[in-house]
Design a protein around this ligand. Sequence first.
Ligand SMILES: Cc1cn([C@H]2C[C@H](O)[C@@H](COP(=O)(O)OP(=O)(O)O[C@H]3O[C@@H](C)C(=O)[C@@H](O)[C@H]3O)O2)c(=O)[nH]c1=O
Length: 189
Amino acid sequence: MKATESAPRPRLPLGVRQLDLPINRDLRGSLIEVFEQQRLGQPLLQWNAVFSQPGVLRGMHIHDDRSDYIVMLRGRMLLGLYDARTRSPSYAQRNLIELRADAPSAVYIPPGVLHGFYFPEGGLHMYGLGEYWRPHADIGCRWDDPELALAWPCQQPTVVPRDLELGALHDLHQRYPVFGSIEVAAPCC
Ligand SMILES: Cc1cn([C@H]2C[C@H](O)[C@@H](COP(=O)(O)OP(=O)(O)O[C@H]3O[C@@H](C)C(=O)[C@@H](O)[C@H]3O)O2)c(=O)[nH]c1=O
């Protein structure tokens, strides 16, 4: 069975795409087509698998040169998004959406969109990267910055010190004007 586009969903920042991933079940178990390059319309060069404990929050991170393609494989994740591309028609749009392994979908996040992941019960997700990962200082902002206004269902999640030291959203634009020059591409399909 081929994957199909999703039913109506909340409007997401321009270029962010959520693709339903149908489950093919039989007596042995199930099979999901996680990634089809033709469907996404662009390649992914690296894949990471990430286990998270209950109550973990990762991010908020942003990339100026790289896209992420996220799939939840066990448990569920609350995905926070914020469009930081000042030239984007959806600039400053924020979303908090649930990704579930038992109703799988993939979310494609283009460069310039802030994102963070919260795992209420822990979980396993994998993500594809549009460019190879390089060790460098992570760019982002505090997950609980009031300007982000994301209604996370937690008050004291487990966050690594590096992410707790991220600055305010306001400072991100001052320090990284690059997010003002990202061209915003309309979805290809
Ligand atoms: C991303 C990455 C990390 N690492 C290493 C670095 C570190 O020792 C360990 C954990 O990495 P991090 O702390 O960066 O993992 P994490 O904070 O989960 O990073 C991720 O956060 C989400 C919100 C995103 O936006 C992703 O693109 C990515 O930045 O794994 C790699 O070896 N390869 C990789 O591709």
